[in-house]
Design a protein. Structure first.
Length: 452
């Protein structure tokens, strides 16, 4: 009997598999994204598997201090308190955002703490890595570097070096012999990640994967790996801004939505211990349309400035643009203002922006967006020592949000003296000294308090 080659077609956009080629992926609707992947059956047995011994959960022992600390506290916090042994951590982000820089700095810190760290690069030569390292002042002798792309060869090296920690930059450049398709395709990326996963779990060595995200929804990128890995961190930021935010979107060993804030400098990434003050640094004084909100990023309160510009539109179809906040949310709030406050907004261009390139996804920002729009529309500045937070409903009512105390304390710390929040939140909080709290029930209330 001859062994037949088996081929499947895999959508490069979402990973959907079929036995027949199709012009359009039935799952994600992408055109022309199906690529043939051949798996030869005799290679099948080589597939890496992982099985621990059978034991009662009571008998499994934990080492007292399990996590490796990098001493870069923004990074440790995002991971939930350090690197868990045997975990597979994916760091995704746009090309050029600073992933290689970040991981090199992290490995350097760990190497300085006595770990043997290995940096595998499929993109750069050792000389190029050295150039970057010089710039970052990275030179621990515990940090090893290797350039290569074949995972089987790299495993040989791993066996020889026996590192305490491995980083693979980037997962899209590494391939395995077990699959015929090109490096960077969904099949390759998945298989390589699965092999590294088995390696991490068997050896207890944590492995970092770096993955590029492309603008058009990640071709064979981090998205197809999210379910496989233990932790997914996204490194985001606007290339025009110096701030970079490391955000945990999945974490088996910690809370998600935790963030770390960094600043890209000439000598690499520097931690930003107090993001609020940075985001408010260049705030205009007494300008209409600017208001500060205390939002929560994970467990951490961050003050950000929301700006709005509302003005008569020269176009038949007025423009509505939202940067850093959800576009639909802004449309909804515009409708609430028009209906509940009788504001004539239909012929106005409306732009809403979060200063500093941050993204705010919380409903607590609603009250800030509404205040900024009102302020710009009325050409009346909001008192600059005032912060606002709360969710706004369709009836124009202001609703409570989580952790009001934390938000108020952060505002107090940065010198704000008045806070507007929902009535329901007001009932449960302690008023710190030097802070005036005002409860608002509706957008009409808000208008009354802010502008009278
Ligand atoms: P890099 O880490 O190569 O990005 P990625 O691996 O995500 O593709 O960083 C790319 C950018 O960072 C590059 O445009 C230059 C900038 N950079 C600095 O500003 N300072 C530095 O010390 C380094 C190493 C890079
Ligand atoms: Mg890179």
């Amino acid at each position: 009997m001859t062994k037949q080659k088996k081929s499947i077609y895999v959508c490069q956009a979402c990973g959907y598999q079929t036995l027949k080629w199709m012009g359009r992926c039935p799952d994600c609707g992408q055109w022309n994204s199906m690529v043939e992947e051949v798996t030869s059956p005799e290679r099948k047995e080589k597939r890496s598997s992982f099985m621990s011994e059978l034991q009662s959960i009571d008998k499994i022992s934990l080492a007292p201090e399990m996590r490796l600390k990098t001493d870069i506290s923004e990074f440790d916090r995002t991971l939930g308190g350090g690197v868990v042994p045997g975990s597979l951590i994916l760091i995704g982000g746009d090309p050029g955002i600073g992933k290689s820089t970040l991981i090199l700095q992290v490995l350097d810190r760990l190497a300085r703490n006595g770990c043997r760290a290995l940096y595998i690069s499929g993109e750069e030569s050792p000389q190029q890595i050295k150039l970057r390292a010089e710039r970052l002042a990275v030179h621990s002798d515990g940090l090893f570097v290797i350039a290569g792309t074949c995972i089987e060869d790299l495993f040989e090296e791993l066996k020889r070096l026996k590192p305490d920690l491995v980083a693979v930059d980037s997962i899209q450049t590494i391939y395995t012999d077990a699959i015929a398709s090109a490096p960077g395709s969904v099949g390759q990326v998945r298989e390589v990640a699965a092999q590294l996963m088995a390696f991490a779990k068997q050896s207890g060595i944590p492995v970092f994967l770096i993955g590029h995200v492309t603008k058009e929804g990640a071709i064979a990128g981090p998205k197809v790996l999210e379910h496989l890995v233990d932790t997914v961190l996204y490194f985001e930021g606007d290339r025009g801004h110096v701030f970079r935010i490391l955000r945990a979107v999945k974490n088996r060993y910690g809370s998600t939505n935790e963030i770390g804030v960094f600043e890209m400098k000439d000598s690499g990434l520097a931690e930003v211990g107090n993001p609020s003050s940075i985001f408010l640094e260049q705030r205009p004084q007494d300008a209409p349309g600017s208001v500060v909100i205390p939002c929560l990023e994970g467990t951490r309160p961050v003050l950000v400035e929301i700006q709005a510009l509302v003005g008569p539109s020269p176009l038949g179809m007025p423009r509505r643009t939202a940067v850093g906040v959800d576009h639909n949310r802004v449309s909804l709030l515009v409708a609430v203002l028009a209906k509940r406050m009788g504001m004539q907004l239909t012929d106005q261009d409306i732009f809403v922006n979060v200063a500093g390139g941050l993204k705010v996804e919380e409903p607590a920002a609603d009250l800030g967006i509404v205040s900024a729009m009102m302020s710009s529309f009325l050409e009346r500045p909001v008192d600059r020592r005032t912060v606002v937070f709360g969710e706004v409903g369709l009836a124009g009512e202001v609703r409570g949000v989580s952790q009001p105390d934390l938000r108020i304390r952060e505002a107090k710390k940065l010198g704000f003296s008045r806070c507007l929040l929902s009535r329901s939140n007001l009932e449960g909080v302690r008023t710190p000294q030097g802070m005036e709290l005002a409860g608002v029930e509706s957008v009409q209330d808000l208008h009354e308090i802010l502008f009278n």
